[in-house]
Design a protein around this ligand. Structure first.
Ligand SMILES: [Zn+2]
Length: 189
């Protein structure tokens, strides 16, 4: 089922998500729905907060071109190590439509998580995968990529962010603004 994606600045996106203690049928269903939602929106990653659920769950699929054969479902992901080397990379976010900015982050990370079968896993990532993992884990802690920008850059983005919050920038996928579900129908585009 495709879930509506919560847009800036819904309060759920500022909440710190709770750890998952049991792989319940509801959590499995949520993970599948999040993958469907992410693909529908042409995203490469999605955090549970973005569909209004404050649990520590993210899904990632950067695609076969980037060497990923199947999507990653990560429960309770934590960054346990990161490189001192940093890189600049442009980021976007399904909760911040039409906004893309260069963000500086560690080039490589090691992430600890529990997989869909309940196994403890570690993944070492660099390039795009390292970037997406850091972006999505930030969401679980109530952090937007725009929080990682310089104060001057953030000031320059203020108007764009306000337009998103007012519902003036609607993407072509179902979204939640405040407490309303808004679906932009393709024939209206
Ligand atoms: Zn995002």
């Amino acid at each position: 089922m495709i879930l509506p994606i919560y847009l800036y600045d819904h309060p759920v996106l500022r909440q710190v998500a709770e750890p998952i203690t049991d792989l319940t049928p509801e959590i499995r269903r949520l993970a599948q729905d999040m993958l469907e939602t992410m693909y529908n929106a042409h995203g490469v990653g999605l955090a549970a907060n973005q569909v209004g659920v404050t649990r520590r769950l993210i899904v990632v699929d950067i695609g076969e071109d980037e060497g990923m054969r199947e999507p990653l479902i990560l429960l309770n992901p934590t960054i346990e190590a990161f490189s001192e080397e940093t890189v600049e990379m442009e980021e976007g976010c399904l909760s911040l439509p039409e906004l893309r900015e260069i963000v500086v982050r560690p080039a490589a990370v090691q992430v600890h998580y529990v997989d869909f079968r309940g196994h403890e896993c570690h993944i070492a990532a660099d390039g795009l995968l390292a970037r997406v993992l850091q972006h999505e884990i930030d969401h679980l802690n109530g952090v937007y990529f725009t929080d990682r920008l310089s104060p001057v850059r953030r000031l320059l983005l203020r108007r764009k962010l306000e337009r998103i919050a007012r519902g003036e920038v609607l993407p072509p996928y179902p979204v939640v603004l405040g407490h309303a579900v808004v679906e932009q129908r393709s024939e209206m585009l």
